[in-house]
Design a protein around this ligand. Structure first.
Ligand SMILES: [Zn+2]
Ligand SMILES: [Zn+2]
Length: 85
């Protein structure tokens, strides 16, 4: 019973927010960062772990979906103007 190749960390999935990096871009923008994180900060979803529980992923995806729906409702034509700078 050689199970050495089996990775039993099946609790964790790749964090959907940072894609496993553990960090995300802050919204200050690199050199002009005003939060002292120099463009990166710990991922708020996985707290820098890079992976999350399936439950947490589902929770995040659901929240993200609701946020996007709210944005669409707020801005009837979201493609009208690309939010550049
Ligand atoms: Zn993350
Ligand atoms: Zn920043």
């Amino acid at each position: 019973m050689d199970c050495s190749e089996y990775d039993d960390r099946d609790e964790g999935v790749i964090c959907p927010r940072c894609m496993g990096d553990g960090t995300v871009s802050c919204h200050c923008g690199g050199d002009l960062c005003v939060c002292d994180n120099y463009g990166e900060r710990d991922c708020p979803v996985c707290f820098g772990e890079g992976d999350v529980s399936p439950e947490r992923e589902a929770q995040y995806l659901k929240a993200e979906g609701e946020a996007m729906a709210a944005m669409r409702a707020a801005w009837p034509t979201p493609t009208d103007k690309e939010g550049g700078e």
